[in-house]
Design a protein around this ligand. Structure first.
Ligand code: HEC
Length: 220
């Protein structure tokens, strides 16, 4: 009887001491390398990286690196650069019903507020007299081209800001298509025909080149 009593006390002591352990902390680790990585943690601070990054293990890309699919715009933001773009820069995004529709959507988000839905320079802000000097796209003195439109969207011009950080290269070119559509309408010209050839090639691309379709999208 006495023994059972003693055993009971010991058991109670063990059970109650067992609950003293703090669940928030890891228990004793017999082989810590199983838990703690020997390698450098991402964004960890280490002495060895100090000369390169100031300590962080996260390295910056090598100088001159560019994002996959992104092409640097090499024409300078100068009057000569603009003249060069106006004469030589061409839209490589195919002109189709889809790219035109997407361009219209983006145009109405970013440009319509000043340039107006029709591109006549009578956007909401102009009507409210919040901004002056917004030209119509068929302004004869400006004689805009696909290249000059891109250049102006990329760098901005006077009170018009740059859109380079708000849209991708492809999106800018789709807006470019739509600006020319508006210009043609203002001039009373017939709508430009869509690029049929490119559209056929695109279907071809989707079927045959699954792996590198990304590169193809950008090239076209
Ligand atoms: C805040 C109002 C505003 C917005 C938004 C705006 N623009 Fe402009 N835009 C202007 C003004 C003002 C000018 C005339 C600038 C000048 O020549 O002084 C201009 C000029 C232009 C020109 C003629 C440039 C030339 O070569 O003379 C084009 C093309 C153009 N904008 C396209 C766009 C497109 C495309 C967008 C949308 C991505 C856009 N703009 C958004 C105000 C705006």
């Amino acid at each position: 009887m006495k023994n059972i009593f003693k055993i009971a006390i010991v058991l109670i002591a063990i059970v109650s001491l067992g609950s003293c352990q703090n669940d928030n902390k890891p228990n004793y680790q017999y082989m810590p390398n199983m838990y703690e990585s020997v390698g450098y943690e991402a964004y960890g601070d280490y002495e060895v990286f100090e000369p390169v990054t100031g300590g962080s293990s996260a390295m910056v890309p090598a100088e001159g690196s560019i994002m996959r699919g992104w092409m640097p715009y090499e024409i300078e933001n100068t009057p000569e650069g603009k003249a060069f773009a106006k004469a030589n820069l061409k839209n490589k995004v195919p002109f189709t019903e889809e790219t035109e529709a997407k361009g219209k959507e983006l145009y109405e988000i970013y440009c319509g507020i000043c340039h107006g839905k029709k591109g006549d320079g009578n956007g909401y802000l102009v009507e409210r007299e919040k901004i002056l000097g917004v030209p119509a796209y068929n302004d004869a003195g400006r004689a805009i081209t696909e290249g000059s439109i891109y250049h102006v969207m990329y760098y901005g011009i006077n009170s018009m800001g740059s859109y380079a950080s708000q849209m991708t290269e492809e999106e800018l070119w789709m807006v470019d298509h739509y600006v020319l559509t508006l210009k043609d309408k203002l001039d009373g010209k017939e709508a430009r025909p869509y690029d049929v050839v490119e559209a056929v090639e695109e279907i071809h691309t989707d079927e045959d080149h699954h792996s590198d379709s990304q590169d193809h999208d950008i090239e076209h």
